[in-house]
Design a protein around this ligand. Structure first.
Ligand code: G1P
Length: 278
């Protein structure tokens, strides 16, 4: 049973400036809910109850969001607006939030390593809140991955097919299919040019990692962009046959881009409009 979910959330969100000048990008709302809350709810559905958040300077709003706001609670108590807080209260009741700060921005691998002290010596999930996922037909993506973890007990990355011309936006994997939708990874490259991409299967921001990843990251040299890449660390694990890629069921929106963010907003509006109040 995986209890902990790590959220690297120290990035600047430059693509959303000026909105992200004084506000964390993880707090941008899709309808009425910030991106990171969608990720936390997906982790809760998957059985996690400890949310380990790697933040940075200017990210205090995340901690305040997952806490009680006494003044606000007092103001709306007993009014018709009280139910607006129901969902976030449930989240706060169900899990514990732990935080650490990534002091320097040295890549996703480095961000994950910064969270080591928040993770016990157990497998854990990683959610990149920019990648907003939804499965209208069943279990969420992390819950699907946890099922797979029970069977294989190794690192798992979620992948989806992309247009080959977009390979330079993602970690790209190659591997051999061992069951329907599950590949044993034998190659991974961070953001290759389309001509160098080993396939069109891109990693999206959902991972299950085993705790031996931390030692591997410590030994990982800076890669693409001079940053310590989780893709490079996972390639080392893959060489030992310890990484699977999973073609998940459901949808994923790249909310790190304005276009993906708008698509997600439209999608959730269509899905939720009957529950939204005028
Ligand atoms: C990160 C990873 C990349 C992965 C992507 C998924 O990149 O480095 O391998 O494909 O997340 O969203 P980023 O989007 O942070 O640049």
């Amino acid at each position: 049973m995986i209890r902990r979910c790590l959220f690297p959330a120290a990035g600047y969100g430059t693509r959303f400036l000026p909105a992200t000048k004084a506000m964390p990008k993880e707090m941008l709302p899709i309808l009425t809910k910030p991106l990171i809350q969608y990720g936390v709810e997906e982790a809760i559905e998957a059985g996690c109850d400890v949310m380990a958040i790697v933040t940075g300077r200017g990210k205090r709003a995340i901690e305040d969001h997952f806490d009680i706001s006494y003044e606000l609670e007092h103001q709306i108590k007993g009014t018709s607006k009280e139910h607006y807080l129901n969902e976030i209260r449930l989240v706060i009741d169900k899990c514990t939030f732990t935080y650490t700060r990534q002091v320097e921005m040295k890549g996703l691998g480095h961000a994950i390593l910064s969270g080591e002290m928040l993770i016990a010596d157990e497998a854990f999930c990683v959610v990149l809140a920019d990648d907003l996922c939804d499965n209208p037909d069943g279990k969420g993506i992390l819950a699907q991955m946890n099922e797979l973890y029970k069977k294989y007990r190794c690192c798992i990355v979620a992948v989806e097919e992309i247009d080959p011309k977009d390979s330079n936006k993602y970690g790209i994997i190659a591997g051999e299919e061992i069951e329907n939708g599950v590949l044993k990874v034998d190659d991974m490259v961070e953001k290759p040019d389309p001509k160098d991409a080993p396939s069109n299967l891109a990693i999206i921001g959902r991972y299950i990692l085993t705790p031996d990843i931390f030692d591997v990251i410590r030994d990982t040299k800076p890669g693409k962009g001079g940053e310590i890449q989780i893709t490079d660390a996972l390639l080392e694990m893959a060489k030992q046959g310890k990484v699977l890629a999973y073609k998940f069921q459901g949808k994923r929106f790249d909310c790190g881009s304005v276009e993906g963010f708008v698509e997600a907003t439209n999608y959730f509006f269509e899905k939720e409009k009957d529950n939204l109040e005028a």
